[in-house]
Design a protein around this ligand. Structure first.
Ligand code: F6R
Length: 640
């Protein structure tokens, strides 16, 4: 393989899935199986390295994991497969490239010059150019263009200088980490240490799985859940060494580290497709259960909401005079929905901010500003940086998160976990609905602590929320017409989404789902805003999807929406209308009509989003796209 000069482009890796294993099973099987469960994190390339009998062997391929598994199959029948056949220790990587084109050369693992060390990496080593320059001046040959390879060569150098003994690879890793800047998870194996995998963590996810006579390392518990449900959470700036029987964690300075053990309360079947064509369809179908689980046990007999882990006193919460919700993408949309409810219930002003923008505009923050960080993965770097900024300004942070032990809840002052279970499809569905539910619970909690809602009022809302799983189930069961509509829309070039009030963020979410899965131009608009510009997008036959507010209760919203429907229809739009059962007024304007059951106004997004999820999934599928792994995306965005 040709070497590369420093002037050439370098490729770093953003999210990536990583797995490490040592035990008694054939490591390649365990590692590849783990990678399959992590492929949602990145699918630009994949690779494995296995150690056995003083030898180390690696295989890597650009493209999806199947390219690697094909190569491994071919190798199994040749003499080259000996190490893979015998090895019970190994590491594996599935890559989401942040810069530049992915190829075999830049795929992980990266090896030291003498091939004794294999290393994989998730994150970005910011000072890699400097380190690489120094290594090259010392005559080290680089085979790839990655920042990761720098760490592999540094590790080889430090290993040579580290004292012999079972801690040697960990000590070398600690020495390397002290030289690195940026965000990284690193895993490494050495050919002379056939029962050791060493990992390091700074700002990127890494969790340990504790088995019997075997141990695991992975960026997500999904990778080892088929083998063990006992896990160990790692903190920042820690190095871990696993052998089949031991897990030893130290800080980067070599001192013993504090860790926390936890039990994973879902099993391997939760991360399987279970007969569905796509994870996304399975996860849509799981939404009633996910909402019910997120609500379970969260209300005491006296109507008090219980959060998971709160290091904020009621006195502190009574002082809050402003709430910021910080999040990205779909999680941001859940915040936009929650704003309506939290303001309504607490009378505290709520601002919802894209995490990537938050800290750059110097927001006004202080001890009386509650920041709610919403994240499915708990590892989204934009959100992590926004929450750190909030904490630096002494603002308390409350996390709404789906991943126990991830960075966002760990660094927050209070946590409410969504109990959606593992979300594997890149497009978020069940996480979204449970984020709304959790944010509503936080709103009720605040209202209660501040004395603006009595226990019976809180209980009444929670009872309404408890009715939602059945309503969502009903929508899912009658989604056949949505599939048929998807067939009719699949060749359109653009679809617009309209909503009012809480239906506005639903329109944004419907458009985001369609963009990311169907690669179609889609925009969500507040219906009243259309006539201020976007209505010029409407042509004869342009599809427009509208969620219509309930005619009951706030009928003024309903009536306004009906006139917006007439406005666009008059310009020739094809109307796809999502309306409550019994709302007869809209029938005459609908080219396609999707019915949903009646629920209270603030809870409507929990129901009306569901047909939009199905619509995006079915249009993408009809266009022949990979629904679970849309192009250019990864599930967990661990770079800014
Ligand atoms: C869209 C989607 C993304 C995520 C966003 C935040 O379907 O999944 O927009 O919502 O990347 O991710 P988390 O919630 O993990 O912080």
């Amino acid at each position: 393989m040709p070497g590369c000069s420093r002037a050439q482009l370098h490729y770093a890796d953003g999210m990536c899935g990583i797995v490490g294993y040592t035990g008694r099973q054939r490591a390649v099987d365990v590692v590849v199986d783990g990678l399959k469960r992590l492929e949602y994190r990145g699918y630009d390339s994949a690779g494995v390295a296995i150690v056995a009998d003083g030898k180390l062997d690696a295989q890597k391929r650009a493209g999806k994991l199947t390219n690697l598994t094909e190569a491994l199959k071919a190798q199994a029948t040749s003499a080259d497969g000996a190490v893979f056949e015998a090895g019970t220790t190994g590491i594996g990587h599935t890559r989401w490239a942040t810069h530049g084109a992915p190829n075999d050369l830049n795929a992980h693992p990266h090896l030291s010059e003498d091939g004794s060390i294999a290393l994989i990496h998730n994150g970005i080593i910011e000072n890699f150019a400097q380190l690489r320059g120094a290594l090259e001046r010392d005559g080290v040959f680089f085979a790839s263009e990655t920042d990761t390879e720098t760490a592999a060569h540094l590790l080889a150098r430090e290993y040579a200088n580290a004292p012999e003994g079972q801690d040697r690879l960990s000590e070398a890793m600690r020495r390397v980490c002290r030289q690195l800047e940026g965000a990284f998870t690193l895993l490494a194996v050495h050919r002379d240490e056939p029962q050791t995998v060493v990992g390091a963590r700074r700002n990127s996810p890494l969790v340990v799985g504790r088995g019997e006579g075997e141990n695991f390392l992975a960026s997500d518990v999904a990778a080892f859940i088929a083998h063990t449900r006992e896990a160990v959470e790692l903190g920042q700036d820690q190095v871990v060494r696993i052998s089949p029987t031991d897990i030893v964690v130290t800080n980067f300075d070599g001192t013993p580290a504090q860790t926390r053990e936890f039990h994973i309360d879902w099993d391997a079947s939760a991360a399987e497709k279970d007969g569905y064509d796509y994870f996304m369809l399975k996860e849509i179908a799981e939404q009633p259960r996910a909402i019910a689980d997120t609500l379970r046990g969260r209300l005491t007999g006296t109507g008090e909401v219980v959060l998971d882990d709160v290091h904020l006193t009621p006195a502190q919460l009574r002082e809050i005079d402003k709430v910021f919700v910080i999040a990205c993408g779909t999680a941001y949309h859940s915040g936009l929905v929650a704003k309506y409810a939290i303001e309504h219930w607490t009378r505290i002003p709520v601002e919802v901010e894209l995490a990537s923008e938050f800290r750059y505009r110097d927001p006004v923050l202080g001890p009386k500003t509650l920041c709610i960080a919403v994240s499915q993965s708990g590892e989204t770097m934009d959100t992590i940086m926004a929450l750190r900024h909030a904490k630096e300004q002494n603002a308390p942070v409350l996390a709404i998160c789906n991943t126990i032990g991830s960075t966002i809840p760990r660094e927050s002052d209070a946590v409410l976990y969504t109990r959606a279970g593992p979300e594997v499809a890149v497009a978020s569905t069940k996480a979204f609905l449970t984020q709304i539910v959790a944010a509503y619970l936080v709103g009720l909690y605040l209202a209660q602590v501040r004395g603006v809602k009595f226990g019976d009022e809180v209980s009444a809302v929670v009872r309404e929320l408890e009715e939602i799983p059945a309503a969502v189930q009903q929508v899912i069961e009658v989604s056949e017409p949505v599939r048929e509509i998807a067939q009719r829309l699949k060749d359109d070039k653009q679809i617009l989404f309209l909503g009012r009030h809480v239906g506005y963020p639903v329109a944004l979410e419907g458009a985001l789902k369609l963009k990311e899965l169907a690669y179609m131009h889609a925009e969500g608009f507040a219906a009243g805003e259309l006539k201020h510009g976007p209505i010029s997008l409407i042509e004869e036959g342009s599809p427009v999807v509208v969620t219509v507010p309930s005619p009951k209760g706030r009928s003024v919203l309903h009536d306004k929406m009906v006139s917006n429907i007439q406005e666009v229809r008059a310009r020739g739009a094809k109307m796809i209308i999502i309306a409550e059962e019994g709302d007869d007024v809209v029938e005459e304007y609908a080219d396609e009509l999707i019915r949903v059951p009646h629920v209270p106004t603030l809870l409507a997004p929990l129901v009306t989003t569901v047909p939009l999820q199905v619509l995006a999934c079915e249009i993408a599928s009809a266009r022949g796209h990979d629904v679970d792994q849309p192009r250019n995306l990864a599930k967990s965005v661990t770079v800014e």
